[in-house]
Design a protein. Structure first.
Lengths: 326, 653
């Protein structure tokens, strides 16, 4: 079929473009950290009570900047050899994979929860358009959306960790704790609570407003009248007919949030000293720990690519019209 | 099932400014019947359809009741509504694909009501949906597709299938044929036909008048939310009673009407109801007809009175006051103070002879306000005599004449001038109807002088110039001072036309008014006359030999033969299916020559029998013995013993 070959050709070119983009990103991840002012040596010894002689400094610098060029970098990437961290002297991959699960746990759950709550409240609010509840919700959410997560994070920390002492102020789990699997799980949840709440509070108003606005367009559509005329249960009209077609913006937002997972987590992870990729990156930048910075930057940019590629497919499922739009 | 709407009022919006969508709507559809609701867009047709399903938006205020099988539908109770929605009343919405959820497969959308109301499981529902869809002519491989993969006509089939899936007792079709090709319309026709035979009550909302006439039993004409006329569907084209119905019919490009399309003067937008201080009065609630770009004050519609009065060409002062009732008039019901279109001219049993020659046998002629009635017939058939009698110029030997409801003879005696001012006449021979001693200016200004119109300096000349410009003549000084012998026939004829129109008559009698004009000027002049008909409601009695011309402008046609009217009716019927052999001969002779046939026995003074008999191909014994009387055949009246019933151009029918 002609359309079939067209689509296959389209996919092929898409793969090519994405590969080229990935290559460009790899190059940038190699180049950009190098453009940072200062290097590991100055960053480490500037504040220390050690005075280096010029020779020592040159020696150290030569040791830490064994730059063998982009080709070598690419080769090492391909063999999964990400090098050693300057600061910790451990393999970068160990550091990276040690931090990654925590970020996924925090950001994944924050995104899922805020999307779910935001979506449902958005749908219900739009359905009750014009009511006092809806107006109140929209006003409240707009205000909440305006508060940066750094503020909520700090306030939550002060109130619940320092004053009330309900939750731990730092870390992802209690160090050296012993106990069964469930105890560990509870401990992790306990630690997760504050940063998670901060992120949910930061993300969910936006999701709410987006869903509500998207729904407002959809519920005016003729097919909603058709569904009402058919005598369909209101809840089915709301979700199967209306919300189904209001999904796209919220899914886009979800995807973009995932794509910017690391930068998104940076602030909250710092405030709560959560051992995720954000904290790792922050520390690495402070110490000009080039191999670590490179790994995190590269990973985060590749995620963006993957998410965008994946979203294309998701869009096709959400809106069957997209597959034909060419 | 039957559906009844009683005193329904619907207004959108609240408080300050609301839009009146429906007012005082009453209609009833019995089971097995189809009612067509027609009217311009914005007249409230869709609102009525949606109201029957309780689908009006929250800002709609509804009064009055909608009854289903005599049981009132409570539009505030969603649960109760959901028990009748689709099960008892279903609707095919307008706008095609917009009514289908883009994210669901069409088979699921069609099956959905079955699962919801029928307690049927998903697979069975799909099976039944597939069957209904296939009945509508959608092949199986289409069923799993999404709405965007369908063409407009296929979407319409899906919507029909969806509406029929639960086999409801009441079916509402909102513009089911707009954007459909003629062949796909057949599917909609079939659904209506089957629905009627299975006892459904069908409300067909449409602006496709021909489709409505074909499909429906009765018809309601909606204007700005009020029903203006309710009538049997098949009388829409032949016998509209309300001026709005007539105007709507004239605007519709009907297949077998050759007449140029007319419009309706002015525009209808929507009606708002609001409250504010008006001049020095205190706040009061009143309604408007919204007209763009007009100041608030000018945009004021009368708080009461006929809604159509602003656009109606026969409106009188009383139409703007008082409440207009919806009243029975024969088989029609009209909301019109004047009880429908009035008669401009009514001749009864008019007879005229010149010495021994009978020019007019007793003849009846009615010309309705705002219509163009054409008289056709061979030379010497009495057309001109009849026209001049109608103009009040020739006095009939017998019979009565009424003009605007007043006796003409008495009017002539008492105050001829005021009658003459209302009737403009164009005589057959332009050269002879203009005095040789009058210049162009004097000729056209003469009626103004006689009736003492435009006494101010320069006003008369301006009016003359305007009239001359209207008939596409020069208006410069040199032309105004010319004399008839300096002008050609075409110019003279147009001067006659200008002279007849200069006083702004209500009624124009035109005897071959364009016979000397070349086609391009003739087209412009006729355009002018048709515009005057739309804008001012100019009524015309038009005499012509030119059937092609008559086709283009006539609303009705009367065929004359030896002082008698042998056939009369709507122009479209007479031209597409002439019943009298003489009419047929007249029309066909435009294409082929029948000179011999026509001349034979032309001057025979008939003692008895049909005057066409000597030349008639259908002649039988009775034709020579008994004079046929006018009788109704369909929408036309024919004086013939053996009227023809085959169309002139068979394929068009």
């Amino acid at each position: 079929m002609a359309t079939g070959t067209n689509q296959a050709a389209g996919r092929f070119w898409q793969v090519i473009t994405f590969s080229l983009a990935a290559l460009a990103m790899i190059y940038l991840s190699y180049l950009l950290p190098r453009l940072l002012p200062g290097d590991f040596v100055t960053a480490t010894y500037a504040s220390a009570n050690v005075t280096l002689t010029a020779e020592q400094e040159a020696g150290l610098r030569a040791y830490y900047t064994q730059d063998k060029g982009f080709g070598d970098y690419l080769l090492k990437l391909a063999t999964l050899d990400w090098g050693y961290s300057y600061a910790f002297l451990t393999p970068v991959s160990d550091l990276f994979f040690g931090a990654l699960p925590w970020t996924i746990l925090l950001l994944g759950s924050a995104n899922l929860i805020s999307m779910f709550i935001g979506f449902v409240t958005g749908v219900e609010a739009a359905w009750r358009h014009g009511s006092r509840t809806e107006k109140g919700l929209v006003g409240g959410m707009t205000v909440l959306e305006g508060i940066p997560e750094i503020c909520t994070g700090v306030i939550l920390l002060v109130v619940f960790a320092y004053n009330l002492q309900w939750f731990p102020a730092a870390g992802a789990e209690t160090a050296y704790a012993e106990g069964g699997f469930f105890q560990r799980l509870i401990d992790m949840a306990h630690h997760l609570a504050l940063p998670l709440t901060t992120l949910v509070l930061a993300y969910f108003p936006g999701n709410f407003l987006l869903t509500r606005n998207s729904m407002m367009m959809v519920i005016k559509a003729h097919y909603i009248d058709t569904a009402r005329a058919k005598g369909i249960f209101p809840r089915r009209i709301r979700y199967a007919h209306a919300a189904r077609n209001a999904l796209q913006p919220i899914v886009t937002r979800f995807g973009l949030r995932l794509a910017f997972m690391i930068t998104g987590a940076l602030v909250v992870e710092r405030i709560n000293s959560y051992p995720g990729l954000g904290t790792l990156l922050f520390n690495a930048i402070q110490t000009r720990d080039l191999p670590v910075i490179q790994a995190v930057v590269l990973f985060s940019s590749l995620i963006v690519l993957c998410v965008i590629l994946g979203m294309e497919g998701v869009y096709r499922i959400i809106d069957p019209r997209i597959g034909n739009a060419r | 099932m039957n559906l009844e709407v009683k005193n329904l009022d619907v207004a959108y919006g609240n408080g300050g400014h609301s839009i009146q969508a429906l007012e005082d709507v009453n209609l009833k559809i019995d089971q097995g019947r189809c009612l067509a609701l027609v009217g311009e867009s914005g007249s409230g047709k869709t609102t009525l359809g949606k109201a029957c399903l309780g689908l009006l938006p929250n800002n709609a205020r509804q009064r009055g009741s909608i009854l289903l099988n005599g049981q009132e539908i409570d539009t505030n109770d969603e649960t109760a509504l959901n028990t009748i929605r689709w099960k008892s009343v279903s609707m095919v919405f307008q706008n095609g694909a917009a009514n289908l959820n883009p994210a669901h497969r069409i088979i699921d959308q069609v099956a959905e009501p079955l699962i919801q109301h029928g307690g049927v499981n998903r697979d069975e529902a799909r099976g039944r949906a597939a069957k209904v869809l296939e009945e509508m002519g959608l092949p199986e491989e289409f069923l799993g597709r999404y709405p965007h993969q369908f063409s407009g006509g296929q979407v319409q089939r899906v919507l029909l299938a969806m509406a029929m899936i639960l086999d409801p007792g009441v079916l509402i079709l909102d513009e089911p044929t707009s954007a459909l090709d003629a062949l796909t319309k057949g599917v909609v026709s079939r659904v209506i036909e089957e629905g009627r035979s299975r006892g459904k009550a069908i409300l067909l909302i449409t602006h496709d008048l021909e489709f409505a006439v074909r499909s429906a039993d009765s018809m309601a004409v909606l204007y700005l939310g009020q029903i203006m006329e309710a009538l049997p569907a098949d009388e829409l084209f032949s016998n509209p009673l309300h001026p709005y119905t007539l105007a709507l019919k004239r605007s519709y490009p009907a297949m077998n009407s050759a007449r140029d399309l007319g419009g309706i003067r002015g525009d209808a937008f929507y009606r708002t109801i609001h409250q504010h201080g008006h001049e020095d009065e205190t706040d009061y609630l009143h309604s408007h007809i919204q007209v763009p770009e007009s100041s608030h004050k000018d945009g004021h519609a009368p708080p009461s009175g006929c809604l159509f009065s602003e656009r109606c060409t026969q409106a009188i002062e009383e139409c703007q006051k008082g409440r207009v009732r919806f009243e029975q008039a024969g088989t029609h019901t009209v909301r019109c103070l004047r009880r429908g279109i009035v008669d401009m001219l009514e001749l009864k049993g008019v007879e005229k002879g010149y010495n021994s020659v009978t020019a007019l046998c007793p003849i009846d002629l009615t010309v309705k306000a705002g219509e163009i009635f054409s008289l056709v017939g061979e030379t010497g058939s009495g057309k001109t005599t009849l026209a001049m009698t109608a103009a009040g110029i020739t006095r009939p030997d017998q019979g009565s004449r009424l003009f605007e409801g007043r006796d003409m003879d008495r009017w002539i005696k008492k105050d001829y001038k005021s009658l003459a001012r209302r009737i403009g006449v164009i005589y057959q021979n332009p050269a002879e109807s203009i005095s040789h001693r009058f210049s162009v200016l004097e000729t056209v200004a003469e009626p103004l002088t006689i009736h003492r119109v435009g006494l101010e300096k320069g006003e008369r000349v301006d009016r003359v110039k305007k009239c001359l410009a209207d008939v596409h003549l020069s208006t410069d000084r040199a032309f105004l001072e010319r004399y008839p012998h300096e002008l050609n026939m075409g110019a003279l004829q147009r001067i006659c036309l200008a002279r007849a129109l200069v006083l702004g008559p209500r009624f124009l009698i035109a005897d071959e008014p364009t016979s000397s004009l070349d086609p391009s000027v003739q087209a412009k002049v006729l355009k002018l006359l048709l515009d005057l008909q739309i804008e001012r409601g100019l009524t015309m009695l038009f005499v012509s030999h030119d059937i092609g011309l008559v086709r283009k402008i006539s609303d009705r046609i009367g065929v004359m033969l030896q002082g008698q009217m042998v056939e009369r009716g709507p122009a479209s019927s007479i031209l597409s299916q002439p019943c009298h052999p003489y009419t047929r001969l007249l029309i066909e002779s435009v294409r082929r020559a029948f000179s011999l046939e026509l001349n034979r026995g032309n001057n025979r003074q008939h003692p008895a029998g049909c005057s066409f008999a000597p030349r008639c191909p259908e002649r039988q014994e009775i034709c020579d013995k008994q004079t046929p009387q006018l009788r109704d055949i369909g929408h036309v009246q024919v004086a013939c013993h053996f009227p023809l019933n085959t169309p002139l151009f068979p394929f068009l029918q």
